[in-house]
Design a protein around this ligand. Structure first.
Ligand SMILES: Nc1ncnc2c1ncn2[C@@H]1O[C@H](COP(=O)(O)OP(=O)(O)O)[C@@H](O)[C@H]1O
Ligand SMILES: [Mg+2]
Length: 372
């Protein structure tokens, strides 16, 4: 078991709330990723769950038991730190055994659990070494092993891959995913890396300014971002966001923005300021009869090998628009290009609140914009 319920959790430093009234339910066996830019409160939230930091207000429940005031030692959770925090003077064997020794586990059981964890992580041959005799990747495994030996209800990990090089990070990402499936335990995993979040998470909680912007499966947050912030955080390059307005134009409701025309549906609506979103990979070069049109000039081309990214400028205001397509796109810098996208790939957000507006693409009947 390892369900975690967080209720109205706040941590203030002076007047500044590092974590600002966060509530979320993490189910037993989830791989929940706390994702967000540097300084958004990920580490602070994780350390409060670990009991390394006391909240200003709010509560934390582990398997329905209130642990808000329980000391770290008495919480059945194990933390893996970004810098691994291994004891430099102890061997790998002793580092792995350490959490069990402080809990006065009996010797035979310690040996068995250490052997088992070392086997799972493929570090059996390193047991006599000291941390300084290990590579970064091996140290990272020892840090994970030290959590595994405790057989905790939940694993808490703070950017455990950030000190590894790119290739090792990719490999270790897969291993952590496999470890999670094998153990079936709850993982709460902090990262600022959207690829780690998208590939490993059962759900992603995207944080900004100490608050949860959106929580959902990787598909939900990518395909239906709840706000301009989420839309602009995920994707590479992230979703294009253009200021415009939505209004009825003779018989059609259209989004108008400089250099952009997007007829949405037949009918009426009240004029409102919006942000129009479209992902770079959903754009394509328009045919003459395509109704959705982005008039753009190519400013920069990036060759990614299999694909090409054209960074364009639309309208007189110089809003940027990225288009990602299979290479070669046939475009060149300075070229004028008209791009289009399917209506189902256009996202609308309220300009004032930044929240998503829901609408149903349908050229026959009118749909009221619902949302913030
Ligand atoms: N001990 C502290 N004293 C004052 N401010 C802090 C302290 N720890 C964190 N903060 C502030 O709280 C905010 C969230 O920090 P943190 O949780 O470390 O963010 P993240 O892990 O998402 O990068 C940041 O603005 C940070 O400067
Ligand atoms: Mg952090």
């Amino acid at each position: 078991m390892g369900s975690i319920r967080i209720r109205e959790l706040t941590k203030k430093y002076g007047d500044v709330a590092a974590v600002d009234g966060i509530s979320m339910d993490i189910d037993d066996g989830e791989f929940l990723v706390l994702l967000g830019p540097s300084g958004c409160g990920k580490t602070t939230l994780l350390r409060m769950i670990a009991g390394l930091l006391g909240p200003t207000s709010g509560s934390i429940l582990l398997d329905d038991v209130d642990i808000t005031d329980a000391p770290s030692r008495q919480r059945d959770v194990a933390m893996v730190f970004q810098n691994y925090a291994l004891y430099p003077h102890l061997s790998v064997q002793k580092n792995l055994a350490f959490p069990l020794r402080v809990r006065r586990t009996d010797k035979a059981e310690i040996e068995e659990r250490v052997r088992d964890a070392a086997g799972q992580l493929d570090i059996d041959h390193l047991l006599d070494r000291k941390p300084k005799e290990l590579s970064g990747g091996q140290r990272q495994r020892v840090a994970v092993g030290r959590a595994i030996v405790r057989n905790p209800r939940a694993f808490l990990m703070d950017e455990p891959l950030s000190n590894l090089d790119a290739k090792l990070r990719t490999a270790t990402r897969r291993e952590l995913g496999a470890l999670h499936r094998r153990l079936g335990a709850t993982f709460v995993y902090v990262t600022h890396d959207q690829v780690e979040a998208m590939t490993m998470a059962t759900r992603i909680a995207l944080l900004d300014g100490g608050k949860v912007e959106q929580i959902g499966t990787p598909e939900e947050v990518y395909d239906r971002p709840a706000s301009v912030f989420v839309a602009g955080f995920l994707g590479s390059p992230p979703m294009n966001l253009l200021d415009g307005d939505v209004a009825a134009d003779s018989e059609r409701v259209v989004v108008d923005a400089p250099g952009v025309r997007a007829p949405l549906w037949h009918g009426e609506t009240e004029r409102r300021d919006v942000v129009l979103g479209v992902r770079p990979e959903h754009l394509r070069i328009a045919e003459p009869d395509d109704e959705v049109r982005f008039d753009a000039v190519v400013d920069l081309l990036e060759n990614l090998g299999s694909e090409e990214i054209a960074h364009c400028v639309v309208g007189e205001t110089g809003t940027t628009l990225s288009f990602r397509g299979r290479r070669p796109t046939g475009l060149h810098v300075g070229a004028h290009v008209v791009l289009t996208a399917d209506l189902t790939d256009l996202h609308l957000f309220d300009r004032t609140s930044g929240r998503r507006l829901d609408w149903v693409p349908d050229t026959v009947s009118a749909h009221a914009l619902a949302g913030a």
